[in-house]
Write a protein that binds this ligand. Structure first.
Ligand SMILES: *Cc1c(COP(=O)(O)O)cnc(C)c1O
Length: 376
């Protein structure tokens, strides 16, 4: 059996080596490392893939979120509601911009931001909601957009983990996740579903005026060379990363399908087990592209299971071990433990198993057998 990786970037690279090497060589040959034609091509291809009017490439997914918020003219003290159970980047940029993060609980079945919790957290100061499409599953966007409309709030989708996932609205309209809110961010960190070979990110929006503004912000607030109209940042996707992404974007659907197939095999092995809650494929009209394959382990020793798997050379991880409201940097007197029953439970129950595009039948069998052998 091939050694099992949490994410098998090498195996994936081997299959696209020629295309990627050629694409990178082209950048080297033309010496256009910044803002080369590869970046523009990638922008256009991603706009087409997502069916969104504007893609603004930038340096990474954290910048993408920050720049999206800068573009919306949020002011210090404005409250921004986001999920307590996510990677810290989401809350970090809210705090950096001196906005007030308002962390709320998530749903037990989807692990995504709770609609009830959003409703309870809204105050006259609330200006935006940042749903995170966690682990590759879209947050409940129909409900979130309804709340946003009713309260005149911006919706900024953190789509770092769910690029390519489809959303079907209650009215039956199908669209890509990340094109539903006012603006969205994504990350091309190597292990993400569409990863480059370094750092990369992008912002998406259908709003022409906002897109124009964002294009200036990513480039030092310049709209005309050496005229700085707004405070901006330096956040660029470089041409080498864009070249890699141009080679990989046509494979994104195949990659997501491979992840879904691996997840289906895991689910088939674990279905009905009394100690395992498996992830569902569909919820609220959204499909799941399995950035992570995450189980809940109930009435059993999750940490001992993890040691058992690691002992058999099966990588696994706890995403995420500590709720954001309990992190030193983000603690706040406004948070009461009783408002976070689900995140407090999830951090004790979740375990993520290897998930990538190269998992084979034999590896999955070994992983599922090893989990079941421990849980009996
Ligand atoms: C990866 C990730 C980010 C940050 O992306 P980077 O490219 O690493 O800056 C933000 N939010 C979520 C949910 C992520 O998973």
């Amino acid at each position: 059996m091939k050694k099992i990786q949490m994410v098998d970037l090498k195996g994936q690279y081997e299959r696209i080596k020629e295309t990627v090497n050629h694409a990178i060589q082209e950048v080297l040959d033309t010496n256009t490392y910044i803002n080369g034609p590869q970046v523009h091509q990638f922008q256009k291809s991603l706009e087409e893939y997502l069916d969104v009017k504007h893609v603004i490439p930038c340096a990474n997914g954290t910048d993408a979120l920050q720049i999206a918020m800068m573009g919306l003219d949020l002011k210090p003290g404005d409250e921004v509601i986001t999920a307590d159970f996510t990677f810290a980047a989401t809350v970090e940029v809210i705090a950096l911009l001196q906005l007030t993060p308002v962390l709320v609980d998530v749903d037990l079945d989807t692990m995504n931001i709770s609609i009830e919790a959003i409703k309870q957290a809204i105050t006259p100061k609330t200006k935006a909601i940042v749903p995170v499409h966690l682990f590759g599953r879209a947050a409940n966007m129909d409900a979130i957009m309804e709340i946003a409309e009713a309260h005149n709030l911006f919706v900024i989708e953190d789509n770092a983990q769910a690029i390519g996932a489809n959303h079907t609205s209650k009215k039956g309209v199908k669209s890509k996740v990340g094109t539903i809110g006012h603006v969205a961010s994504t990350s091309f960190f190597p292990s993400k579903n569409l990863g480059c070979y370094g750092d990369g990110g992008a912002i998406f929006t259908n709003d022409d005026a906002l897109a124009h503004k964002l294009r200036g912000i990513v480039n030092h607030g310049m709209y005309v060379r050496y005229h700085h109209d707004v405070v901006g940042v330096n956040s660029r996707l470089d041409s080498v990363q864009a070249a890699v992404l141009n080679a990989k974007l046509p494979l994104l659907n195949t990659y997501n399908l491979a992840r879904r197939e691996a997840a289906a095999k895991y689910n088939a092995a674990f279905a009905g087990h009394e100690n395992i809650v498996i992830p569902t494929f569909e919820s609220n009209g959204d499909d799941h592209v399995f950035h992570q394959y995450t189980l809940r382990i109930i009435d059993a020793d999750r940490d001992a299971l993890m040691s058992h798997l690691l002992g058999k050379d099966i990588p696994c991880a706890i995403y995420y071990p500590i709720p954001l409201h309990s992190q030193k940097a983000y603690m706040n007197v406004r948070y009461k433990e009783e408002n976070f029953p689900v995140t407090n439970q999830l951090v004790k129950e979740v375990i993520s198993l290897p998930m990538h595009t190269e998992l084979d039948e034999v590896q999955i069998q070994f992983i599922t057998d090893s989990v079941l052998e421990f849980l009996k």
